[in-house]
Design a protein around this ligand. Structure first.
Ligand code: PMP
Length: 363
């Protein structure tokens, strides 16, 4: 029986209220198709890092989402939002500008719901993400890297393409608050319930700002003393904005993908951020390899950056605290880049990578 708040698309029940899908699933261990594999990821204790700092450093294992990254949460909510607003109807096309992971999430959802998927990406992202998107049947166009205020920025390509098509929607992950809502309604409550409210701080790198902002908003409502820390990669403006009120880039160009910003997105505006830090590539990459070598996690560099920030926070806050972050995606998406000797050497990162990690490199 389908209630008036749900829509049947390709035999998949799409919930239009955005909330009750997850509520319904909380009471069942059976997941509702691919869409049911979004959220309720494991919260894992990073044992070695926790023991070293005397804190509990916990991470949501977001690579366990059905599409393999934290962005599956936003992808599902963006599609639900477009359907609810009548912007996307059966057989329609979802168009998005993305560093790749949101696109992969959208492409999975589109297959499960019978939509088409068109993706625009900057041309400096990993080949693996492009390959996955094409395997998922998405139409992918890569465009030269340029800032938001340039009409050739990948997001404007996506907007214009959607405008030129019938029954197409530009989901606009950066400025559509359905993205933040995904984390207010899923990631935040999951962290609160899984820690039974025993959480002292959260820290995340931000791309759209959806994760940090949504988790921060939810947890602050539960307990305003929970510290929310933005972890910025090198070359982004967010650290200087939140520390000094200036949209000024820190030096460098980061190996991380999908995080760092040149502007304040709608999803980041008004976020309850207590502090910000910069995690330079050396630190993020070294932590990515520490996670591999000591904990057995093969993750991407934004996960390394997140955990490096949590580690620093643990040292600052002192023993006995609980700090939560996330492992955003798997290292499988970056084999040819992050785990390649030549790439790391050219970026000056091989020279700072501890010798014991070199055995994990190829090329
Ligand atoms: N890590 C990775 C690998 C990502 O792709 C993204 C999003 N592009 C993020 C972190 C940041 O997530 P958010 O957009 O919610 O800030």
């Amino acid at each position: 029986m389908i209630s008036p708040s749900t829509l049947l698309i390709n035999n998949v029940k799409i919930n239009l209220t955005l909330t009750s899908f997850f509520v319904r699933c909380t009471h069942s261990s059976i997941r509702n198709g691919l869409v049911g594999m979004v959220g309720r990821t494991p919260l894992v204790r990073l044992n070695k890092i926790s023991d070293e700092t005397g804190c509990d450093i916990l991470a949501k294992a977001e690579m366990c989402n059905g599409g393999g990254s934290v962005k599956d949460r936003a992808a599902l909510f963006l599609i639900q939002d477009a359907i609810r607003k009548g912007q996307l109807k059966p057989g329609g096309t979802v168009v998005e500008g993305t560093a790749g992971n949101t696109g992969i999430g959208l492409a999975h959802m589109c297959l499960s719901m019978g939509f088409k998927c068109v993706i625009f990406m900057p041309n400096n992202q990993s080949q693996e993400k492009i390959d996955i998107l094409r395997t998922l049947g998405a139409e992918v166009t890569t465009v030269p890297v340029c800032p938001w205020d340039n009409p050739n920025n990948y997001n404007h390509h996506a907007r214009r393409f959607a405008e030129s098509l019938k029954n197409a929607v530009w989901t606009n992950q950066f400025d559509n608050r359905a993205n933040r809502l995904a984390h207010i309604e899923t990631t935040g409550p999951e962290i609160w319930e899984e820690t039974q409210g025993k959480v002292d701080a959260v820290t995340f790198g931000t791309g759209t700002g959806g994760t940090l902002s949504g988790v921060g908003t939810y947890l602050k409502e539960k307990n305003r003393h929970i510290k929310v820390v933005l972890a910025d990669p090198q070359g982004s403006v967010l650290y200087n904005y939140f520390k000094h009120g200036k949209l000024e880039r820190t030096p460098g160009d980061s190996i991380t993908e999908g995080i760092g910003q040149g502007r304040l997105t709608e999803n980041l505006k008004g976020s309850p951020i207590d502090d910000a830090c910069v995690v330079i590539d050396t630190e993020a990459v070294n932590m990515t390899f520490k996670l591999l070598d000591e904990e057995g996690f093969l993750v991407g560099s934004t996960s390394g950056l997140n955990v490096a920030s949590a580690y620093r926070l643990a040292k600052e806050m002192g023993r006995g605290h609980t700090i939560v972050t996330c492992l955003c995606d798997s290292g499988h998406r970056y084999h040819a880049k992050l785990f390649n000797k030549d790439v790391l050497r050219k970026r000056g990162l091989l020279q700072t990578l501890p010798e014991q990690y070199h055995k994990y490199l190829h090329g």
